[in-house]
Each structure stands twice: as structure tokens, then as C-alpha cells.
Design a protein. Sequence first.
Length: 300
Amino acid sequence: MDKDKKKETSKVNQGIIVCGQQIATADIALFSRFIALGFSKTIFSFEEKRHFEELEQINKQGLTQITHQLLKHRETFKKSYNKTVDAVSDQFWELLGTTAIETQIFNNWLTVASAYATVAHIVELPFKYDSIMQLFVELMVTQNSETAKNDDLGIFWKTVQYLISSNILFQEGDYRVVYADKITHTFKENGEWKKSEIILPNPQNILYLSVSRVFGLYKTQALCEGDKPLPDATVEYYLKNSPAFICDTKKVYFKKFDAKNGYPELDEKGNKKFTYTSAFVFYLDKLNLSIADEHLNGES
């Protein structure tokens, strides 16, 4: 309740199963609290249909006996669970390698996997331990990927992708891609312009994004789609704290384009006009962007 600042807290006694034709990404904070199981297969063999009918018959008989079987081992579960969580967590990280997972999604899957691992050697289950742990990780990665695409920052980059694909954002005018092993960082300190070099471990695809026009077009496109755009300060904060961000730099060279026809602007002598402006610099390969460019080394 907002008016008198009181709040009511309800204890969570059990989880729920939600079935539907779409994943619950309308509220990404809600989706990150799910353990998402996607089923995309629609055509099944005779053998698969027979197994499903057998499962339905088991379900009609009731599942209480399974609950009773597990409850016999309640004390053992309570003693072993916390230690099992640590072991399963280590196994998850080993299987994930360098793949980063949102903490809440990781912990959700860890809870279920640890519960399984705790009873796997106590009760007879029709799963192979290593196979199901691999499956847990694969599903976790899939859910994390969907979350990244549909969070506020993911929606920003999807909008940028649309603007690029629609020739509304111009290469060399609003963004530039280079393959480099270092970046010149230009900034102002104590009223003086300074430069420094950021050395990269390996040469890679770097994206320079001119923020002023891009932010404006992002807002316009969001409003056209009936969405509420994020304020500039919020977008900047998200971008600067994303894994792909390298730095923001000043005095970056961009060409001027005529937004009406998409052609470079020319001066009286027929030379292309250009401007120096601020830009955000990103590791392109860490972004969910597809940019065709003759300068790219490999695919993006």
C-alpha cells in the first residue's frame, strides 16, 4: 500500500507451474524468476505417443507414493543439501566455461539441480546424472539468452538493429566498425583535451556509436511501437555498465548524411561534410548486432 507506506508480506509456501504458448517476457523481472522449460517439438513418433499414454495412466493413479518415498529421506536431505549445492555449483561453472549467467537464473536452476543431486543416490530415478546436469545447463543458457534479449538493454540493441537494417542509422554517419588492437581515448580533464591509448589483448571488431542521434531515434521508434523509452541517463548507465562497453571518447570522426535520402551531405565544392562528436565504444562481438561491413574480421 503506497499511501501510508505500509506493506504486507506473504510467505511463499510452494511453487506454481505456468503453462502457455508464449514465454513470459512481457515483464522480464518475472521471467527471470521462472525455471523455463520450452517445448518446440510438435510431431511425435508412434513410440513417443505410446510413452505419453503410459505417463498419463501413471498420472491417473496419483503421484502420492512418490512424495511419500521422498519424505522418508527428509532428514538425510536436510543434512546433505547445503553441501550438495556447493558441489553442483562448481559443476555448473565447469560446464558453463566462460558463459556468463544472470545470478538469479543461475540460483533458480541450482536449487532444482541440487535437490535432484541430493536424492539421486538415495532413490531410484530414470535419469543419468551427467546427462541431466548437462541438460540443466543447456536450458539455463537458453533462458539467460532470452532474458538478455528482452531486458531494457536488450530492447535498446534490438531497436538499434532495426534502425540499421531499415537504413535509418547510417554506417560512417551514426556508427562505425573497425578491426583494431587499440583504441584512442580522447577526453577532457581540467579544461584540457587529453589522449590515451587502450590496448586490447587481441585485435577484434570494435563498434563506435554516435550517441546523440541514436538515442533520439531509439526514443522515436519505441514510442511508435507503443513502448515507453528509457531516459537518456538510464540508457547511458546501462550501456556503460554492460560487458561490451569499453569507453566513451570525444572527437570521433563521422560523416554527415541527409536523413531524407540517405546520401552523404556535400559542401559547395562537392566534398563530403563531416563532424567530430562523442561516441561510445563497444566490443562488437559481445553485442547482439548483425552488421555487414567489409572491415569486419569474421562474422558478427
